[in-house]
Design a binder for this molecule. Structure first.
Ligand code: HEM
Length: 412
């Protein structure tokens, strides 16, 4: 029974609505699947494991992923670059995260994200202006997909004339994260590998330029940093830049797309958001709980035997934490299956928790808030053309592949 439930979650037929399956899963908070993986699905247990120093994120501790389609799907590194801090434990994780944070957030750079507000607004406006026929819009291809890559380019300091190349590498890498049953996996793996190489070489060149002539961007700051931790080695810097690109890409695509889908299914909230853009703040928070772009973390390993709710998860086992299920746990949230931006108590797991909790969260929040409030304001009488829309294959980074919508016109 355990096995079939997990297979059902992975089954593409259930991608549009996995939530009843998560409800079933929560009846056994710690599932032991036949092939060895332990799946944790309740809020408090997930949270406590995310804060447990005996749980490793390092890829070298992972059990083989050959039979683990979830872990394989979530793999974002292929040996071209050293592991990024997403896949490192302390003290290396802390050192690299601290150094990356210096030019990004408080206390040293409290204005980096907020200082991008106008630029983000400009990117959103340009994308909406370029939509074309309002009778048939694919929100993913025309809006949510190009948006985060452009943002990361601006954050890192990629020159405008190189953005198109950057988009094409990002698209190839993102496509490789989404297993396509019709595509030859070896061929796609090769393409993704090639894209990573090209991206790496491009970034290496840009880092060299910025070292000589620094500007006011993250890459320059990281390339010339001389904080208490010293300077980042070039390879570390490359891994970090690639991490920012990849971790901020598919996730933000899905947050914006899930957001519009959820608003169109809840027209009263959409109306309120149009009347008051400040509602975007609680709307985005509730979305991160209700439809989190990262549904589960399949890549943790206990470094010791750990007992959770009477079950011993043995050292070295493959451990999956189902964030999206924790977010719907009735032990933690009242009426968890209701989308309610007026909720007062909303400590969701959408950005994870503990030392690896999302580094880009302030930027992701601002991106989604601006995108959704502008879409609500400017699309005249928007409606869904297909519900549910077609989803991506990926069960980890879950979201619609297309979101066909129509509206009566685009407001200025
Ligand atoms: C809606 C958008 C986003 C969501 C839902 C999201 C979600 C997450 C989650 C769940 C984690 C924890 C992973 C783990 O514990 O293994 C994470 C980590 C991370 N995210 Fe995000 N993310 C988003 C956007 C971004 C953006 C825009 C950036 C970059 C600017 C970013 C950069 C990172 C990085 C660098 C980490 C690794 C942190 C660490 O290991 O210490 N994310 N994110």
């Amino acid at each position: 029974m355990t096995r079939s439930l997990l297979h059902e979650i992975l089954d593409y037929a259930n991608r549009a609505d996995p939530y009843p399956l998560y409800e079933e899963l929560r009846k056994t908070p710690v599932h032991h699947v036949d092939d060895g993986a332990y799946v944790v699905s309740t809020y408090y247990e997930i949270r406590s494991l995310l804060h447990d120093p005996r749980i490793s994120s390092e890829a070298r501790h992972l059990a083989s992923t050959a039979h683990d389609p979830l872990a394989a799907a979530a793999q974002e590194e292929d040996g071209v670059l050293p592991p990024s801090f997403l896949r490192l434990d302390p003290p290396e994780h802390d050192r690299l995260r601290r150094m990356t944070n210096r030019p990004f957030g408080p206390p040293h750079s409290p204005h980096r994200v907020d200082g991008m507000r106008e630029e983000l607004h400009g990117i959103v406006s340009d994308l909406i202006d370029g939509i074309g026929d309002p009778g048939r819009i694919d929100l993913v291809d025309q809006f949510s997909y190009p948006f985060p890559v452009t943002v990361i380019c601006r954050l890192l300091g990629v020159p405008r004339e190189d953005e198109a190349r950057f988009h094409s590498w990002a698209d190839t890498i993102a496509a490789s994260l989404d297993p396509d049953p019709d595509a030859d996996p070896a061929e796609r793996g090769k393409e993704a590998h090639e894209a990573r190489m090209q991206l790496g070489m491009y970034l290496a060149g840009l880092i060299e330029q910025r070292r000589k002539n620094p500007r006011d961007d993250m890459l320059s700051a990281l390339a010339t940093a001389e904080g208490p931790d010293g300077a980042m080695a070039t390879m570390e810097l490359l891994s970090t830049a690639a991490l920012l690109l990849i971790a901020g890409h598919e996730t933000t695509v899905n947050l914006v797309t899930n957001g519009m889908l959820t608003l169109l299914r809840n027209p009263d909230v959409l109306r309120r958001l149009r009347a008051d853009p400040r509602l975007a703040v609680p709307v985005v928070e509730e979305l991160l709980r209700f439809e989190p772009p990262v549904q589960l973390l399949p890549q943790r390993t206990p470094l010791a035997d750990i007992e959770v709710r009477g079950v011993t998860i043995p050292k070295g086992a493959s451990l999956w934490l189902v964030l999206a299920s924790g977010n719907r746990d009735p032990q933690r949230f009242e009426n968890p299956d209701r989308f309610d931006p007026d909720r007062r108590d909303i400590q969701h797991l959408g950005f994870g928790s503990g030392i690896h909790s999302c580094f880009g969260a302030p930027l992701a929040r601002l991106e989604a808030q601006l995108a959704l409030s502008e879409l609500a304001r400017r699309l005249d009488n928007p409606r869904l053309l297909q519900d549910p829309p077609p989803y991506r294959q990926n069960a980890v980074l879950r979201g619609p592949r297309h979101l066909p919508i129509a509206c009566d016109g685009i407001r200025p």
